[in-house]
Write a protein that binds this ligand. Structure first.
Ligand code: ADP
Ligand code: ZN
Ligand code: MG
Length: 482
């Protein structure tokens, strides 16, 4: 970064709303169907049809607006954004231009160092998605492009920030926070691979403290938050070099190439008037009743930041734990379900953050497909506490619970994992281990403390992890001191 310069970033996020049907027709929004099967005259853009607004879309947009501290416009309208491209059969996209449904909001975001910064939201508007072009082999090798219009007319909201973000890692922190909020609200599944969350990044640099923003470039085609951070870093370097060499940054749209790790010029950026926006005559303006907005406000519930603070206060959790546990609502619910039935919240948190999240990742699991409940975790923890199973065996039980959703008691029974706490049974095992390890006994007597750990390990192994470790330790000590 150039000495005496600062970075300015603004983000535009498109989130697909989780409605069952499209924004202006009854077609399904389901992902992955046979191409062009979720289409009708409306979303195919055939002449002579009229769009009808899906009320759920408006409700979702208001919900997001309220969660992002926006003003909700009681009067907003739709506009046609004109452009010619084969993914758009009408040759215009229905969007909102000068009167969006939400404006002037903000979110407070915590960066990696725990510092809170505020990002102002300029606007949130509603629009329809376009279709998807499919190139047989690749865009350069295919001689045809096919279009799949299943996605045409799928509802989106676009969330536009003010140019408030000071660094690529803060941009990423903002996106993580925004995604978490959208998922809490259940308005979008935010699946970046399926395109239900897409972000364009605008970036410029300017002399520190300048009142005039530098010329920005707009970056597209990043499909992970990491990629966005990397693209921004690259672009800041590039702009810096341009300025250092006495050149001028030109306003343009650049595409991120994941393979080369570079941004490449795509087109010089058109201004809004190039789109020749004009009011959509086929749709009435959206006029909201304040009562309805209040109703929606009541459905918002606890958001990630509030939940995090409550977890710290109510359960005495470290901030680190609370952060992870509240990132996802389903995860937080899982934790709370367990902690309701088990007294040590830190122990619960350790299992959730450790083994639970590891398995979720390994199995690439969606929380909604979870077989295991928090209640089962609490039962397992009680079994450890009562000496029924050892901490080590619990790992096996936990994996089995995760995969099958079975009760831990049943698992322990089926796999005969119950802990051996019977003194005479332990006696037999310990004797056997001591018999075949005379060297370790010598070592111990010669003052090598480590030898006892080794013997402990051998006993646990001999019992296949089922020996009660507390009892074994005590009994071993006693025998060795004879
Ligand atoms: P455009 O007309 O190119 O769409 P907008 O003014 O609508 O530009 O802003 C689009 C996004 O770019 C917003 O998120 C905004 O905060 C951001 N932005 C605007 N100007 C700059 C700038 N000079 N540097 C970085 N980001 C900017
Ligand atoms: Zn349709
Ligand atoms: Mg704009």
């Amino acid at each position: 970064m150039l000495e005496g310069y600062e970075i300015v970033i603004g983000l535009e996020v498109h989130a697909q709303l989780s409605t069952n049907s499209k924004i202006f027709c009854g077609c399904s929004t389901e992902f992955g169907a046979e191409p062009n099967t979720h289409t009708c005259p409306v979303c195919l853009g055939l002449p002579g049809v009229l769009p009808v607004l899906n009320k759920k879309v408006v409700e979702c947009a208001i919900k997001v607006g309220l969660a992002l501290n926006c003003e909700i416009a009681l009067f907003s309208k739709f506009d046609r954004k004109n452009y010619f491209y084969p993914d758009l059969p009408k040759a215009y996209q229905i969007s909102q231009y000068d009167l969006p449904i939400c404006k002037n909001g903000y979110i407070d975001v915590e960066d990696n160092n725990g510092e809170i910064f505020r990002v102002r939201i300029n606007r949130i508007h509603i629009e329809e998605d376009a279709g998807k072009l499919v190139h047989g082999v690749s865009i350069t090798e295919s001689n045809v492009a096919l279009v799949d219009l299943n996605r045409a007319g799928v509802p989106l909201i676009e969330i536009v920030t003010e140019p408030d973000i000071e660094s690529p890692d803060k941009a990423r922190a903002y996106l993580i926070t925004l995604k978490s909020i959208l998922k809490y609200l259940s308005v979008s599944d935010c699946n970046m691979e399926e395109g239900s969350l897409r972000a364009d990044a605008n970036v410029s640099i300017m002399p520190k403290g300048s009142k005039v923003l530098g010329t920005k470039t707009e970056l597209k085609n990043m499909n992970s938050f990491r990629a966005i951070e990397r693209a921004l870093k690259y672009e800041i370097e590039r702009q810096t070099e341009v300025i250092q060499n006495g050149g001028k940054v030109i306003q343009e749209t650049r595409t991120w190439d994941e393979k080369t790790g570079k941004t490449v010029s795509m087109r010089s950026k058109e201004d809004a008037h190039d789109y020749r926006y004009f009011p959509e005559p086929d749709l009435a303006p959206i006029e909201l009743a304040e009562d309805w907005v209040d109703e929606i406000r009541k459905t918002i519930g606890e958001l990630p930041r509030e939940k995090k603070h409550r977890f710290i206060d109510e359960y005495g959790l470290p901030k680190y734990d609370a952060n992870i546990l509240t990132m996802d609502k389903a995860l937080a619910n899982f934790f709370e379900e367990a902690v309701k039935e088990y007294h040590d919240s830190k122990v619960v948190s350790n299992w959730v953050i450790g083994d639970f999240l590891r398995l979720v990742k390994e199995e690439d699991m969606d929380y909604k497909d979870l077989k295991m409940t928090g209640l089962l975790l609490s039962e397992m923890l009680k079994m450890i506490e009562n000496g029924k199973i050892s901490g080590k065996i619990a790992k096996t039980v936990f994996e089995e619970m995760f995969k099958t959703g079975k009760d831990p008691k049943v698992i322990v029974e089926e796999k005969s994992l119950i802990q051996i706490s019977d003194e005479s049974a332990l006696e037999g095992i310990i004797e056997k281990v001591l018999d075949i390890n005379p060297q370790a006994i010598e070592d111990y007597k010669a003052g090598k403390e480590r030898a006892i750990k080794y013997l402990m390990g051998q006993v646990m192994k001999e019992s296949r992890g089922k020996a009660n470790p507390g009892m074994v330790s005590e009994m071993l000590m006693e025998k060795l001191s004879l």
